[in-house]
Design a protein. Sequence first.
Length: 215
Amino acid sequence: MSIVGIPFRACGSRKGPHPPNPLLPILGEGGTSSLHLLPPRVGGGTEGGLGMATTEATISVGVGAVVLDDDGRMLLVKHVPREGDFWGGQWMVPGGGLEPGETLEEGVVREVEEETNLRVEVLRHVSTLDRIVREGDEVKIHVVYVDFLVRPIGGKLRPSSDVGAARWFSRDEIEAQWDEIHLDTRRLLEKIGFGKGSYSSPSQGEAGRGWIRRL
């Protein structure tokens, strides 16, 4: 399922003035565009999900979570591979499609809990990226990612059946498994200074507190 032709405005808190729009670099000064909101599950096939194949070019909105614990470890998930799924089979940050009627922050909190069983608190927006996949002259996928730094506040890590695997990675483990991390998550990690070769190795406790302050 995709929602077609919805005028979309990136929302912040429902009360008081809105914070700076993280989609502004994509949407322009008006902050609105005709975007297609993704269904809640990241998946393959032709009916929906971030990996869907479509006969009509659409721009979809996805939310992602940079989840850091107090030891400086980052939570990554690996989705069960599905036919036509651009995101399956490699490690990536938790996330998925925004549901109609929810804010970006609400969407990322929901996605993390659905995929990992963890409740999180949103700290701040850290990145806006896009992914465009073409086959010849045809645009097959066009997704705008809005990523947030979040911290766990409850729950016990348990991957969903759709995710298949979820685990905490130290910074050294991220570097060691860099080639097993999805390209889009690597782009995110490099943008926020968490990429391969971009850091020394302080104590784990210092790493967690330091990276949260830096982000």
